[in-house]
Design a protein around this ligand. Structure first.
Ligand code: HPA
Length: 240
């Protein structure tokens, strides 16, 4: 079964006949919806909570990924807003990243030693599932939406935005886009054996690249503009 993991901007996503499930996992509470989207039963999880109660550093990712796995999710398409750090990631552009660098700190990022499953040093050479990446890119092509087919996602700790020097460093590290939520989500999915891919939409230039300061209201406005396009791509992914 497919699971969609949404970040900010998707609070009004409509799932037909949706049932909300609240589950208690060994790692705390998690909530998701099961319902119909494009004639298929899927699971939808809002990683910040439907009431946006979790800031990026507070997201209970271990409970959330555990809950999706227990519900029978095998494939996760996650969506995340990002700041752009390369020409292909100007605000308004979409990217399906193929790599990431984890700059977070202090997040609970493994099940190892704490879960009733055998976890080990998971291979994370390719952090995103190639098959699922291809599915998103094919869907975007069918929808005639240009989506960049590669990029390195920098995951920062947040909740503050980055300094200009941090952005310069991440560009030197080879990063193309910066967000706060793909980790540890992606690696936890890998530990549980779920396929995971991410589609990102750029809502601002990363700190220091153009303006003197970042305006979160402008960022939110940009978010709204991309959501309906993303929903079309996701519908095509589900229907295909
Ligand atoms: N930095 C980190 N996360 C983000 C940004 C950003 O500039 N824009 C949207 N999410």
């Amino acid at each position: 079964m497919l699971g969609l993991v949404f970040g900010s901007g998707f609070e009004n996503f409509v799932l037909q006949n949706a049932r909300t499930q609240k589950v208690t996992t060994p790692f705390g509470e998690a909530e998701f919806d099961i319902g119909i989207f494009c004639n298929k039963t899927i699971v939808v999880l809002h990683r910040h909570g439907k009431d946006h109660r979790y800031a990026p550093h507070q997201i209970p990712a271990r409970a959330q990924m555990w809950a999706l796995h227990e519900a029978g999710v095998t494939d996760i398409i996650a969506v995340g807003s990002v700041g752009g750090m390369s020409a292909e990631n100007a605000p308004g552009h979409f990217t399906v990243p193929d790599q990431l660098i984890d700059y977070t700190s202090g997040r609970e990022s493994t099940y190892w030693g704490e879960a009733p499953i055998a976890t080990s040093h998971v291979d994370f050479t390719q952090p995103f599932d190639e098959g699922l990446r291809g599915k998103i890119l094919d869907a975007a092509q069918t929808c005639k939406v240009y989506v960049h087919n590669r990029g390195t996602y920098a995951c920062t700790q947040g909740p503050r935005l980055e300094t200009a020097a941090e952005v310069r460093r991440m560009i030197m590290d080879g990063c193309d886009l910066v967000g706060m939520t793909a980790m540890p989500e992606a690696v936890l999915a890998r530990e549980l054996g779920m396929r995971y891919a991410l589609i990102c939409f750029s809502v601002n230039w990363a700190a220091g690249l153009v303006d003197n300061r970042l305006d979160f209201e402008a960022i939110k406005l940009n978010m709204g503009r991309s959501v309906s396009t993303l929903e079309r791509i996701l519908a095509e992914c589900v229907a295909a």
